[in-house]
Ligand binder design. Structure first.
Ligand SMILES: Nc1ncnc2c1ncn2[C@@H]1O[C@H](COP(=O)(O)OP(=O)(O)OP(=O)(O)O)[C@@H](O)[C@H]1O
Length: 322
């Protein structure tokens, strides 16, 4: 099996007696987009800082591109692009000047810098007159793009983005994440994304990790997490009828008698049926044969929000003083 490009093993961080990250094990494959999700103070930034060698783990290891980040942070820095949640630019320089300066700091040959900077700016959607505007005149969304350009100019293998969509309007968020997704597919770039934006993350990430109180509570694709969490009631279909049904009806009893059915909830015109398998056609036939008019049939999909909520509801983790 291919070696993971990010490999965290028992990674733990104490600030004094406070455990901010607790025995974190995580492997991310090359080319993956991984979403690190969690509420404020979950330990996302601390984990990122340890991966970059900017904070020292209390125990455990963080390997990125096969390099131990604590032992050789400079080698990690060369191969990883990091965009922190608040990015600073030289406000009196233009976007192009800012990027050329970062390029120089990253050792790009002077004769190549201009061409490379213009090309990277174009990749992130900044071109024409705008690149000669002062960074201080940039909107939050444009600043995020310039920040991404600063990350990309050194041609990294891994990109770590801490809350990259904070403060951007919804269409800006969509565009930014589409850009990340495209870059990952086209260049095989591995992306670690920390965010609070559930819906957008759900769209672009191959896998997500749910992080609460310094602990990774679950990790996998949205489908996988949903299956694990909702295994008692994996399929759910809601049928809306023209006529209302009484809560304890004959129909409810008969539905409960079907082999795959686990749960039936009647609420006026709507009947929600939880089952082991997807038996939507049988359920529709059942109502049609009984002479009911059906106005809607809706299969419930479990999304990231349900997963996130369920983890929070079921896991109230307190950090314990050791
Ligand atoms: N330098 C520090 N000294 C002491 N405690 C810290 C330090 N840095 C972070 N913490 C604490 O560690 C915990 C995790 O913080 P961290 O910034 O990693 O969380 P986060 O998930 O990134 O949160 P947010 O989404 O708000 O950025 C928090 O309780 C925070 O107060």
């Amino acid at each position: 099996m291919e070696k993971p490009i990010i490999n965290l093993d028992g990674l733990t961080k104490y600030y004094g007696s406070f455990k901010a990250v607790d025995s974190l094990d995580l492997r991310i494959k090359k080319g993956e987009i991984f979403g690190l999700l969690g509420p404020n103070g979950a330990g996302k930034t601390t984990t990122i800082l340890m991966m970059l060698g900017l904070a020292e783990p209390s125990s455990g290891t963080a390997h990125v591109c096969g390099i131990n980040a604590t032992i050789d942070p400079i080698a990690v820095k060369r191969r990883v692009g990091y965009m922190p949640d608040s990015i600073g630019f030289y406000d009196n320089m233009t976007a192009l000047e800012n990027l050329k300066y970062i390029g120089e700091l990253n050792g790009i040959i002077r004769s190549e810098i201009e061409e490379r900077a213009v090309s990277v700016l174009e990749t992130v959607g900044l071109s024409g007159a705008v690149i000669h505007k002062k960074a201080s005149a940039f909107s939050r969304g444009m600043k995020q793009r310039l920040g991404l350009a600063e990350v990309l100019i050194k041609d990294p293998e891994v990109v770590v983005l801490d809350e990259p969509t904070l403060g951007i309007d919804p269409s800006g968020v969509r565009e930014f994440l589409a850009l990340i997704s495209r870059l990952s597919r086209e260049r095989g770039l591995t992306v670690l994304l920390s965010s609070h934006h559930l819906y957008q993350v759900q769209k672009v990430c191959d896998r997500v990790g749910i992080f609460v109180g310094g602990t990774l509570l679950g990790e996998g694709s949205i489908d996988y997490l949903a299956k694990r969490l909702f295994s008692e009631n994996p399929h759910s279909v809601k049928v809306t009828l023209q006529e209302a049904l009484p809560v304890s009806s004959q129909e409810k009893e008969e539905l409960m008698g079907m082999t795959a059915v686990l749960q039936v909830t009647v609420d006026g015109h709507s009947v929600e049926i939880g089952s082991k398998d997807n038996i939507t056609p049988e359920i529709v036939r059942f109502f049609v044969e009984k002479g009911y008019g059906i106005t809607a049939v809706q299969n419930k999909e479990y999304g990231l929000e349900e997963i996130y909520q369920t983890y929070f509801e079921n896991n109230k983790i307190e950090n314990k003083i050791p």
